[in-house]
Design a protein around this ligand. Sequence first.
Ligand code: SAM
Ligand code: GLN
Length: 314
Amino acid sequence: MPVQEASLATKPRTCHSRGSGNPPSRVAGVLQDAAARLGEAGIDTARLDAELLLMEALGWSREDLYRNPEGGLRQAQAERFESLVSRRLRAEPVAYMTGTQEFWSLDFRVTPDVLIPRPETEHLVETVAEFLASRPGPCRILEIGTGSGAVAVCLARECAEAEIWATDVSAPALDVARDNASRHGVEGKIQWLRGDLFAPVQGLAGWFDVLVSNPPYVPSGEVGGLQREVRDWEPVLALDGGADGMDFYRRFVREGARHLREGGLLAVEVGAEQGGAVSRLFDAEAGFQRVRVRRDYAGLPRVVTAERIPATKV
Ligand code: SAM
Ligand code: GLN
């Protein structure tokens, strides 16, 4: 029980974090100190990160932290916290240290083999969930580039009759995704397939109601200029979208149309500056109509959708 541990740990004999003679480390003090160091290092979310890392070091919940500002740290706990803070100072994302990231109000396991699911990507889930709600009944969804499996798992939970095929080129990512599906009780609704884009579903022409993807979309030349957390820690395979960042969108319109049934939805996440280019690309493609751009809470283009037109009109 964290609260008891904390009060036991206030005994001076065991609570020195920086050698004997120092005053005991207490929650409020170590938090303030760590937040200041992280802030000085230019980390925008310094206070929040310090809290998350202290929760991780102590095995505490956020409530434990707020209720026990004067709780003392045992030396091992203080050392563990210090080691996490040092890793954060080297730009390691908190989610890789804690091994989890919340997305769509669910906890997903993440490892450095997968992109940490972003809040923006919830707009992609929401877009597809709305489309499915407008046409109840069985539904076949193909997700390309599933990573942690966050999108596929959320859609499996949102749509009772969904049957999902989720692909990735990365075998370690698919292991993480599988694990996330079983954590959230939807392992029976998703098939995990390894391979390049549509290769794993070659035989399934006209099969899917939805093709959804958050593909790599960062222009190759901009990957090196991404923030350190992303550039130095997240898999480049999840980020690099080719010379202009558009490689995957081109392949979706060219190769994706044949996998969608009439009236089926193509829904992709886009970078904040790609809304116009991706919607023009989808507009120019004979197989699609009703191209729409959906904005995120910051007002930036985030999801582009298009509907597969009846084959007779192509
Ligand atoms: N769907 C997850 C999400 O939204 O958080 C991960 C998206 S991440 C931006 C893109 C994913 O596409 C990565 O997991 C990467 O391994 C995968 N990927 C990259 N190239 C691919 C390809 N040619 N075919 C299939 N998947 C690919
Ligand atoms: N949104 C990611 C970023 O923060 C890019 C992910 C992607 O390429 N799909 O850079």
